[in-house]
Ligand binder design. Structure first.
Ligand code: HEM
Length: 214
């Protein structure tokens, strides 16, 4: 520790480091309070591996499936990166569920944290939809039919269903147009919205602190 302190001091990093990592936490918290942080780590790993995959993936009707095969068979560490992307996405969803249960059980949704609970619920929905848009990208039979079924659910909403279905699919069928829309949402718009919401989430945690255990 002395060596690390000396190093940080000589690099003049000590105060910056303190500002980021030193937080007051209440007494009596347990490991369940770590799941928000684990979810965030999974999100970071997912983003980095996704960044790598986007160098090789081609979002077109004719090329998508082939490009995935190429990532698996030809690209250096491609198979590993795809595995990391898939598994970190799964870990993100599972840890988010545990995090939400922890917040619910400890009643941390009560004022003054009710807005952070609402931000969390929106985050949860967007993370799920982010996973759904990613599921189509391999463009195989499983991906195609999962998207047909998922978007049919959107189409069954009373009054606005048909319009929504046309917007989501870009037509009446799931085609290359749908693939392009899902790709754009998956790699640009949803990650951007998630990052914005995460900033709001962490800002409120920083200002309000973590709730005391019941
Ligand atoms: C990608 C999504 C999310 C990330 C990365 C995240 C991260 C975090 C972190 C690091 C904390 C600090 C305490 C802890 O870890 O338990 C926290 C607190 C909190 N989170 Fe999340 N969270 C996410 C989604 C959610 C969801 C889905 C909900 C609720 C439905 C939620 C509601 C809250 C609330 C109310 C707090 C304050 C809890 C307290 O003060 O005890 N979060 N979040």
């Amino acid at each position: 520790m002395k060596l690390i302190d000396w190093f940080l001091d000589r690099f003049r990093l000590k105060s910056a480091h303190r500002g980021v990592f030193d937080r007051k936490i209440p007494e009596g918290i347990n490991y369940f309070y770590c799941f928000g942080g684990i979810a965030f780590t999974a999100f970071l790993i997912c983003s980095i591996s996704g960044f790598f995959l986007s160098f090789y993936y081609i979002p077109s009707e004719n090329e998508a499936y082939l490009s995935i095969q190429r990532i698996h068979e030809e690209v250096y560490l491609g198979k590993l990166m795809r595995g990391i992307h898939k598994w970190s996405a799964n870990v993100l969803i599972i840890t988010l569920i545990i995090h939400s249960i922890r917040v619910f059980v400890t009643k941390s949704y009560r004022p003054p944290r009710e807005l952070n609970w609402i931000v969390g619920v929106i985050l949860f929905i967007i993370v799920m939809v982010e996973g759904f848009t990613g599921y189509l990208l391999p463009w195989d039979q499983k991906a195609y039919w999962a998207t047909v079924v998922g978007t049919n659910i959107v189409g069954s909403i009373p009054f606005i269903g048909e319009t929504l279905l046309l917007i989501v699919r870009g037509g009446y069928e799931v085609t290359g147009v749908t693939l392009n829309r899902f790709y754009s949402l998956h790699i640009l718009w949803f990650p951007l919205i998630i990052m914005l919401l995460l900033w709001a989430h962490f800002h409120m945690i920083k200002k309000l602190g973590i709730s005391k255990p019941l």
